[in-house]
Design a protein around this ligand. Structure first.
Ligand SMILES: Nc1ncnc2c1ncn2[C@@H]1O[C@H](COP(=O)(O)OP(=O)(O)O)[C@@H](O)[C@H]1O
Ligand SMILES: [Mg+2]
Length: 412
C-alpha cells in the first residue's frame, strides 16, 4: 500500500487529543479533491468549528502519486504540530576586547520563519524528496546504532552549485521537515547555523578558543538524546579555502589550527545519533578534499530549467493575484497545457505568454527569478490596477533588463 504524509499545523499549543484532530481532519479532507502539494487553510463555516479554530493549515505532501489522491487507498502518516514563533536566537560571546561575536544562530523547529520554505523551492527532479529520504534514513540508522564502520554513514550532507539556487534555503527546509518527520523520536529539535565568518574574524588571536567555546555549547545540547540537532555550516568553502591558503604558506599557522579544530570537532559530534550536519558550497572546486570526503550525500543544485521557472513564476503570480496587485482570476495553468489544448483560448494565450517568458529566463538563478515580478512592477508598470496581460509584458521587460545587467556584470 502506498503511503502519504499529511501535516496538520495547529495555531497554538492545545490540549485537544491528537487523535480527535486527525479524525476531524480526515473527515474534512474526504469531502475535498486532493492533489499532491494541496494546502488547506482559513477554515470558516465548517462544522466542528471548535477544532477548526485551532487549525492553521493542512498540508498534503508532494508525493510521487501523479493523479488525484484517494485517501481510503493509502496509508496516511499524520503529523500534528505547532510552529515555534519566537524567532532566531543568537549565541553570542565576548572576545577579549569585550566586543560581541555572534557564533551561531538557533531556531527551535518546526518554526514559523522556515515553515513554507520547502514548498517554495522548485526543482525539476525529486531532489527534495530524495534528500528527505536520505536524511530520515541517516537518522534511523544512527538511532538504531548501526555501526558506521560497517555501513558508511557520517550524517553529513553537502549541497553545492551556483549562488542563488536554493542551497541554504533547502538545508533549512530539510531540517524543518526532518524535525516534523522525527517528532516521535525527539521531544525537541533545533537548527543551529554556525557563523563560520565569526570564527575567522579573530584570526590572529584567540580563534582556537572561539571554536572550542562554540563546540562546547553544541555538545552540551546534543548530550540530551531527546533533542535533534541539525547543524548548518553555510558556504563551507570559506573554511576549507582558508586551509588551502594556509597550506601554501600565505596565512599564519593559527588559521590552519582553527580549520583543523573545526574538522576534528565535526568528526566528534557526528558520532552522536541525534545530529545531522548540513553544509553548502558555491565553489566545489575550492572545497578541501577533507570536507568533501566527509559528506555522504553530495547533491548538485543547478539553475532552473524553463519548466521549473514556469512553476516559480506561477507561484509569484498567484501571490500577486491573492494580494490584489494583479487584477485577475486565479487560474491553474500548467506548462503541460500547451501540449493538450483543452483549455479556453484565453487561458491558452496566458499560459503561452508565461511559457515564453520562462524560456527567455533560462540562465537566471532561483533568487533572481523571484525578484523579476518585483522589478516588473517597480520599473515597467504605472497605475494601480494591472491585469495579467500587462503584468506579463512588464515581466518580459524585467527579464530582458536583468539579463542585460547580468551580461554587463560578466563582462566586468
Ligand atoms: N529552485 C528554486 N525554486 C524556487 N525558489 C528558489 C530556488 N532557488 C532559489 N530560490 C529562491 O532564492 C532564494 C535564495 O536562495 P538561497 O537558498 O539563498 O540560495 P543559495 O544558498 O544557493 O545561494 C530562496 O529563498 C528562494 O526564494
Ligand atoms: Mg547560500
Amino acid at each position: 500500500m502506498d503511503s502519504l504524509d499529511i501535516e496538520i499545523i495547529l495555531k497554538t499549543y492545545n490540549t485537544i487529543p491528537k487523535n480527535d484532530i486527525i479524525r476531524i481532519c480526515s473527515l474534512y479532507l474526504s469531502t475535498k479533491t486532493l492533489k499532491p502539494g494541496s494546502v488547506f487553510g482559513q477554515f470558516n463555516n465548517v462544522e466542528n468549528s471548535i477544532i477548526f479554530d485551532d487549525i492553521e493549515k493542512i498540508l498534503i505532501s508532494d508525493s510521487n502519486i501523479e493523479t488525484e489522491i484517494n485517501l481510503s487507498k493509502l496509508h496516511i502518516n499524520w503529523y500534528v504540530y505547532t510552529l515555534d514563533r519566537n524567532g532566531p536566537q543568537n549565541d553570542n560571546c565576548e572576545d577579549e576586547s569585550g566586543e560581541e561575536i555572534n557564533l551561531s544562530t538557533q531556531w527551535i523547529l518546526p518554526c514559523f520563519d522556515i515553515s513554507n520554505l520547502w514548498e517554495t523551492l522548485i526543482y525539476d527532479t525529486s531532489i527534495k524528496e530524495d534528500l528527505l529520504k536520505y536524511a530520515s534514513t541517516m537518522m534511523e540508522f544512527a538511532s538504531r546504532g548501526v555501526d558506521s564502520n560497517i555501513i558508511a554513514c557520517n550524517k553529513v550532507i553537502l549541497l553545492h552549485g551556483p549562488p542563488g539556487t536554493g542551497k541554504t534555503s533547502l538545508c533549512k527546509a530539510l531540517a524543518h521537515k526532518l524535525s516534523i518527520k522525527t517528532q516521535k523520536q525527539y521531544k525537541k529539535a533545533i537548527l543551529m547555523e554556525i557563523n563560520s565568518h565569526s570564527l575567522f574574524s579573530k584570526w590572529f588571536s584567540e580563534s582556537g578558543k572561539l571554536v572550542t567555546k562554540m563546540f562546547t555549547k553544541i555538545k552540551e545540547i546534543i548530550e540530551d538524546p531527546n533533542i535533534l540537532v541539525c547543524l548548518l555550516i553555510d558556504e563551507i568553502e570559506s573554511l576549507a579555502h582558508a586551509r588551502d591558503q594556509c597550506m601554501s604558506g600565505n596565512e599564519p599557522s593559527d588559521s590552519l589550527r582553527v580549520v583543523n579544530a573545526v574538522l576534528t570537532q565535526i568528526d566528534q559530534i557526528k558520532r552522536y545519533s541525534n545530529v545531522l550536519i548540513l553544509t553548502t558550497s558555491n565553489m566545489t572546486g575550492a572545497i578541501d578534499i577533507a570536507f568533501v570526503d566527509r559528506a555522504d550525500i553530495k547533491q548538485y543544485l543547478g539553475l532552473p530549467s524553463a519548466n521549473a521557472i514556469f512553476h516559480i513564476y506561477r507561484s509569484c503570480i498567484e501571490e500577486l493575484i491573492k494580494t490584489g496587485i494583479i487584477q485577475a482570476k486565479s487560474e491553474t495553468y500548467h506548462y503541460q497545457n500547451l501540449k493538450n489544448v483543452t483549455s479556453s483560448i484565453d487561458e491558452f494565450e496566458m499560459t503561452k505568454h508565461l511559457v515564453d517568458i520562462s524560456q527567455i529566463s533560462v540562465g537566471l538563478s532561483g533568487r533572481a527569478l523571484r525578484k523579476i515580478p518585483f522589478l516588473a512592477h517597480a520599473l515597467f508598470l504605472n497605475g494601480n490596477s494591472v491585469n495579467l496581460h500587462q503584468f506579463f509584458d512588464a515581466m518580459r521587460k524585467a527579464v530582458q533588463h536583468e539579463l542585460q545587467q547580468k551580461s554587463h556584470f560578466n563582462k566586468n
